[in-house]
Design a protein around this ligand. Structure first.
Ligand code: C2E
Ligand code: MG
Length: 575
């Protein structure tokens, strides 16, 4: 390009560098560790310092470097950047001062450098090239990055800290202004965390916090922020929620996800948590107010017995009607107001007793005995179903073990327990079942878990794993209410269930409706081909019983055969 200026070889001999200047320059360049370089108008090296030579081109002599360009020593991208900078300096005469950039060497290393480049002028002031100094600032950049990380992260969990959370909240509120929707803050506080610290020490406590942080991150969407405010208090910030996104579901998933067993180094570090949720549509809400509301709701969750979530109602503080029923139900679990009835199941061949199905009841101090349909859906929506399910499973297995120890009891007697969808979505459920079986010393084949079709539609993806783990345990699986959902017969094989309970709606009409008879006949034939037993439930008339037996149905259950019974009545049936 430009022909004016120095040729590399000319610098040594040419005027105007007088001898003394040349000596000074020589000494300076040979003694400095800085990377100093002089280039001509075509960005070819004229001179470099000893520091440049030893770091950029170790093993090369000055003569080998002179006349070469950055493309001979650096990665292409960096060499192009440098060339562009130098052309700009030559064109404008303006220096580039303290530019922070990454030099990439051809061996792949890429230190951070701070570069200052100036125009190189002759005695008349004409630009004849460029010169520059680059200083390696990698250590400094790393330290700054570590500091920035520290400023925004919690060291124990690696999660965002309070400062980062506040920043993300401001961003989320700005986004809410542009795009209306909802923003939710979930305040998560571990229950009895102090006991873990006291029993196992602070290192174990930190481990629990890190695991809780990890689970919260797994349970949240990638756009959400999980932060630790300090102590055992964590926050999940969910922005950009659509109106149909069910925040209660998220609360429930968190309660369940945290309480899944956590065993480490032979210790049980399992914890539960209480969650308070505050939701807003107001982009101008004060971020601290939102956190305070969530905190208040969390406090309500603690009051309601812990291991559950509460939603803050901005109209009246924490919702009172819901809170009453919730508190009552929590109380019911704690105070043993729940109890089980057992409905017998018979073989349709010879009407012999096979086992029972456990059915939960709530003995309410004022309302009397409340059936499951009046409180299970509420429990499911308000984060209490897990505690009820776990009570039922434990109590049914305890009862089975007690019966099995009686003289005259038969060892094939089975206990069926209904399992909610929430349990199946809980990754720790199979382990919980294994633990209950072990605790009561029962044979796993004597336990049958009844799952419904709707529970199989699981958007969080743990159901299949849970079912496989349960099969491996040797527990039997029954698909309840078959025919009401979307399970096809093809599904059955994949699900590996052992028993299929035909929905009551088919049984109700079976002696009158030829279509229902055909369906039950086909289902039974297919199930038998797959090695699955079929149960007809809610049998109320002898016609229904006879028709089902005629269609090759294996087992039957219903008021005609036996109502749900107290344990003593079951003993009377067996012995
Ligand atoms: P399910 O599993 O289908 O249980 C059978 C229900 O039908 C029971 O009602 C039982 O009392 C009733 N039933 C039995 N035979 C007859 C009959 O011949 N005629 C009529 N009309 N009804 C009959 P229940 O105990 O009210 O339970 C209702 C549902 O609540 C159960 O349906 C089950 O889905 C759920 N459930 C009950 N106990 C539990 C439990 O401990 N945990 C969970 N997760 N769910 C439970
Ligand atoms: Mg059932």
């Amino acid at each position: 390009m430009v022909e004016k200026g120095l040729h590399p070889q000319q610098l040594q001999e040419s005027e105007p560098l007088r001898d003394v200047e040349r000596t000074c320059m020589h000494n300076l360049l040979n003694s400095t560790d800085e990377r100093v370089y002089f280039k001509d108008l075509n960005s070819r090296f004229l001179l470099v310092s000893a520091g440049w030579l030893s770091t950029v081109a170790p093993g090369h002599s000055m003569e080998e470097v002179i006349g070469k360009t950055d493309f001979d020593f650096f990665g292409e991208e960096h060499a192009e950047d440098a060339l562009a900078d130098e052309r700009q300096i030559i064109l404008t005469g303006e220096p580039i001062v303290g530019k922070l950039e990454r030099e990439t060497f051809q061996d792949g290393t890429s230190p951070w450098v701070s570069t200052t480049k100036m125009p190189l002028r002759d005695e008349r002031g004409e630009i004849i090239g460029t010169f520059g100094i680059s200083r390696d600032v990698t250590a400094q950049v790393r330290a700054e990055k570590a500091l920035a990380y520290q400023v925004l992260h919690d060291p124990v969990t690696g999660l965002a800290n309070r400062a980062a959370l506040m920043d993300r909240m401001s961003q989320a509120l700005v986004a809410l202004e542009r795009q209306p929707g909802r923003l939710a803050v979930l305040y998560v506080d571990l229950d009895h965390f102090k006991e873990i610290n006291d029993a196992f020490g602070h290192a174990a406590g930190d481990r629990v916090l890190a695991e809780v942080g990890r689970r919260l991150s797994v349970l949240s969407r990638h756009v959400d922020t999980v932060a630790r405010l300090g102590g055992d208090e964590l926050v999940l910030l969910c922005g950009a929620l659509r109106d149909d996104d069910d925040i209660a579901l998220v609360g429930d998933r968190i309660v369940q996800g945290i309480r899944a067993p956590h065993l480490a180094e032979g210790r049980d570090l399992s914890v539960t948590c209480s969650v308070g949720i505050a939701v807003t549509r107001d982009p101008f809400i004060e971020p601290n107010k939102l956190i305070r509301d969530a905190d208040e709701a969390m406090y309500e969750a603690k009051q309601a017995g812990r291991n559950c979530y509460r939603i803050y109602d901005s109209a009246q503080g924490v919702a009172s009607g819901t809170s009453l029923l919730r508190a009552e139900l929590t109380h019911a679990v704690d105070e043993a107001e729940l109890f089980l009835l057992y409905q017998p199941l018979f073989s349709l061949d010879d009407q012999s007793l096979i086992g029972v199905e456990a059915l939960v009841r709530w003995r309410h101090p004022e309302r009397g005995v409340v059936p499951p349909h009046d409180f299970l859906p509420f429990a499911e929506q308000h984060g209490l179903i897990a505690r009820i399910d776990s009570f039922v499973l434990n109590e049914a297995c305890r009862q089975l073990a007690a019966w099995a120890s009686l003289d005259g009891w038969f060892s094939e007697f089975t206990m069926a327990v209904n399992v909610s969808g929430a349990e199946l979505s809980d990754p720790g459920f199979a382990r919980q079942v294994a633990e209950v079986i072990r605790r009561h010393g029962i044979k796993s084949a004597m336990l049958c878990l009844e799952i419904t079709e709707s529970a199989l539609v699981d958007e969080w993806g743990h159901v299949q794993e849970t079912l496989s783990a349960l099969s491996e345990l040797g527990v039997r699986l029954a698909l309840d209410d078959f025919g009401t959902g979307y399970s096809t017969l093809a599904h059955l094989q994949r699900l590996k269930v052992d028993i299929l309970k035909v929905d009551r709606s088919f049984v109700a009409q079976i002696s009158k409706s030829p279509l229902d008879r055909e369906i039950v006949a086909a289902v039974t034939a297919m199930s038998h081909a797959l090695g699955i037993s079929v149960v007809g439930k809610c049998i109320e008339t002898s016609q229904q019983l006879e028709t089902l037996a005629g269609l090759d149905c294996d087992q039957g259950q219903g008021f005609l055969l036996a109502r749900p019974l107290l344990p003593e009545a079951v003993v009377a049936l067996v012995i």
